[in-house]
Every structure is written in structure tokens, then in C-alpha cells.
Design a protein around this ligand. Sequence first.
Ligand code: PLP
Ligand code: COI
Length: 339
Amino acid sequence: MIDWSKLAFNYTKTNTMVCASYKEGKWGHVESRTCDDITISSLSASLHYGVECFEGLKAFNCKDGKIRIFRPDENAKRLIRSANYLGIASPSEEMFVEMVKQVVLENKEFIPPYETRASLYIRPTLIGIGPQLGVKPSDEVLFMIMVAPVGAYAGGIDAPVPAVISREYDRAAPKGSGSYKVGGNYAASLYAGIQAKKAGYPAVLYLDPKENKFIDEFSSSNFFGIKENTYITPDSSTVLPSITNKSLEQVAKDLGYKTERRPIPVEELSTFEEVGECGTAVVITPVARIDDKPSICGEECTKSYSYQAAGPISRKLYNHLTGIQYGEVEDTHGWCVVL
Ligand code: PLP
Ligand code: COI
């Protein structure tokens, strides 16, 4: 029995995962498997050269007894874009969405009850398989979708976090892979993440890798700041185009706020009233303080910025977005797939 009150962002064994493999130019049948283990060649390019991309989305048990999946078509499009970057085959948007629906229905009892405000996290993953030695894209690909019931990634809307600016490490190169959801970007952010955790920061804020002058994003979420009734988020070619961020921008407009997507100089951090992380896993996690330090683990702190957390506008946006996801607020943009 799952203790829904203790859910964090962790692995749970569920009923099934669904998968399909691509070989000799075509996709095979979609299979449902009860075992999470897979067998692939030890010479798979995913293991040696990071030929891997993934997605993250959520399904919700809703107020009206229905299940809602949030914007799976957007995740499908982003996975296809990542796969094209890696030069590997990808499922069509339709195949992606159908497989997501299938895995959610096969694991219905793992979707946390409506009252818990938790959700079922869905992790589509595309990897290059098949033996090869050369550095080249894989001809054989495995697409699999796993699920797990999850609670808050950090502490949730009521648990603001401190963040540190990473002056020593970049997660992406100026013309590199930052805007694609490929595993390598996450590997590149682990070292800074470990340093930050040691120094007491759950969140690392990266700057633009070319000049280190503008705000980019956090290691697993986008950045937004709020001032003068305006929702402001970076326009940068090296951040992941977050589906949550795009949805929050729309919600902000719907609620009558202004929105801006533009480069945000680091100094502008001193002018925001509220700052937050946004993403599928973190939803909105308010940021209470951002420290700018030459070294994450060092004592010296050049500047420290403090925010109202969670401030009133972040909270309104959070309530509206999660309201749509739990079927409490009208889904005027047709974002949810209802099962
Ligand atoms: N940025 C990074 C680096 C992420 O890993 C994520 C998580 O997916 C996000 C942003 C947020 O994107 P989304 O809202 O589509 O989940
Ligand atoms: C998500 O929010 O879905 C992510 O992929 C972040 C993750 C790396 C925890």
C-alpha cells in the first residue's frame, strides 16, 4: 500500500511500462511489460555517447472523477525535436500520445487520489540501442514510458528554496544542446548540483554560457520573475523550452497580467518582487533568496537577493494552473487530455 502522504519525487514499482522498438526503418508493436529491467547491447550508443532524450509530464486524478493528462502533445513535439538533434528515429506525435494514455490507464491505481494534490509522473524515454563502436546516431532505438506516483519535487508552493548562481560551471554551451531535453545536459549539471547541496542550496541558477551576464534557468526548471504585475521569463537559446513556463505565461495573460520574454540581466534580480522555478516536476517552487557567489562552496557572497515567497502572484498562477490540471478550473485552451 502506498502512503500517499509521504510521496516525494522517487521511484515506485508500478504495474507496467510500455515500450516499442525501432529497427530496420520501422516501429514494432507497442508492448506492455511488468518488469522495469531492459536488456540492450553493452555497446549501445546511449551508454557510450549519450544518445538519449526524455520527457516528463503528469496525469492527475480530478475533482470530477476523471483522469487528466497535461499537454502530452507538447511533450511529443519536444521529444521529436530532441530526437532530430540526436539524429535518431522518434515516435510520431500520435504514437507518443496513445502510448502515454495506455500506460496511464494500465497504472490507474498509482495515480494519487484527488485530495492528495499529488500526481502520476510520466517519463517517456528514447534511447539508442544496438551494438556499435563509432560515434554516430543509432539505427536501432527503444522508446519506453515509465510512470511513478509523485509528490512535490522540492517542498512545493509552501516551501520556498534558496538558490545559488553558478559562476563556476555552465550547464550548456553557447551553441550547444541546452534547449534539447537530452540526458547529457543533466549529467553536465550534476557536479554543480552536488556542490550546491553541500553548501545548502537545493537550486542552482545558471547564467547564459556566452557572456555570463543574463539569467538562463535552473538545472531542472525554468526561471520566472514578477514585478509591477508582469510575469518575466528569459528569452534564451540555451534553456529548455518549458511547457509549464509557456502555460504559466498564458495563465498570467488570462488573469490580466502583462508578460515579457526577453534577456534578463543578472542585476535585474534586485528589482523582482517574486521569483520562482517552474517545470513539470517542480510545478512552481518559490525562490526566497538568490546568492551570487564566485564559488558555490566558498564563503564569499558578492550579492544576495531576497523575495516574497510564495508571493501573491506566484500563488495565483499556481492555483490557476493546478486548478486546470485537477479539473477545478475551466480548461479554456484545451490543454488536458481527459480519460
Ligand atoms: N528546464 C529544465 C532544464 C528541465 O529539466 C525542465 C523539466 O522538464 C524544465 C526546464 C521545465 O520544463 P517542463 O515545464 O516542460 O517540464
Ligand atoms: C521534469 O520536470 O519533468 C523534469 O524532467 C525535471 C527532472 C529532470 C526532474
